[in-house]
Design a binder for this molecule. Structure first.
Ligand code: UDP
Ligand code: MG
Length: 204
């Protein structure tokens, strides 16, 4: 085999799968199962923001809380840095499931700018689910979230429709969306389909 032209050893890229879908579609639940089943690290952008909001001395706490309650989207500089730090802190992993991100064009552009050269995004797992069912699930999941009330949920759905769904469509055009119907079936039935998808993608 011919020697490489440059003697520089290229560091391998982080494998990434984005996980998107409406609020309450089961992203967190399914990511926990994929993490167990496939050795991926699950990073929820929402959870990282909630952690940062609670961190003593954070200069972003108030701003994050305002966005979360209003169902609007935190500037990508904050979210992307939290994701990158969490990836670095979790050490070597087969891959990273990035749950609930990128949520809008700003997120997508920021990710491509900051992380494009360090990561390989394999596909976007899209958990589709009728919105009325999603609202029901959020109202009854009892996680004590400040945005699981009717008013915030309505706003989150508007943001999802206006800003996040176009990101899914963007990846669809690149043939990078793998859709799983996450309604009416049990958690385990949904996971069985995801398991097949990840196996087929070569993530054994
Ligand atoms: N959020 C954000 N950027 C992200 C992820 C979340 O600004 O990349 C904020 C946004 O206000 C969102 C809230 O955090 O409504 C909750 O997000 P999470 O993903 O936890 O909600 P889920 O979709 O799981 O219900
Ligand atoms: Mg979640």
């Amino acid at each position: 085999m011919a020697p490489q032209e440059s003697g520089i050893q290229t560091k391998s890229l982080y494998n990434v799968v984005f996980v998107l879908g409406p609020p309450g579609s089961g992203k967190g639940t399914q990511c926990a199962k994929i993490q167990n089943g496939f050795g991926f690290v699950h990073l929820s952008a929402g959870d990282l923001l909630r952690e940062e909001r609670m961190r003593a001395g954070s200069q972003f706490g108030e701003l994050i809380e305002k966005h979360i309650r209003e169902g609007t989207i935190v500037p990508v500089e904050i979210t992307c840095k939290l994701l990158e730090n969490a990836m670095l802190a979790s050490g070597d992993a087969k891959g990273y499931l990035i749950d609930g991100f990128p949520r809008n064009r700003d997120n997508l552009d920021g990710w491509n700018r900051e992380m494009g050269d360090k990561t390989k995004v394999h596909f976007t797992l899209y958990l589709s689910c009728p919105l009325d069912l999603c609202v029901e699930r959020c109202l009854h999941r009892g996680q004590g979230r400040t945005d699981d009330n009717e008013e915030s949920i309505k706003k989150r759905i508007v943001t999802y429709n206006d800003q996040t769904f176009p990101i899914i469509q963007h990846y669809e055009k690149l043939n990078m969306v793998r859709e799983i119907h996450a309604d009416s079936k049990s958690v385990d039935e949904v996971y069985a389909e995801i398991e097949k998808l990840f196996n087929d993608a070569g993530f054994h």
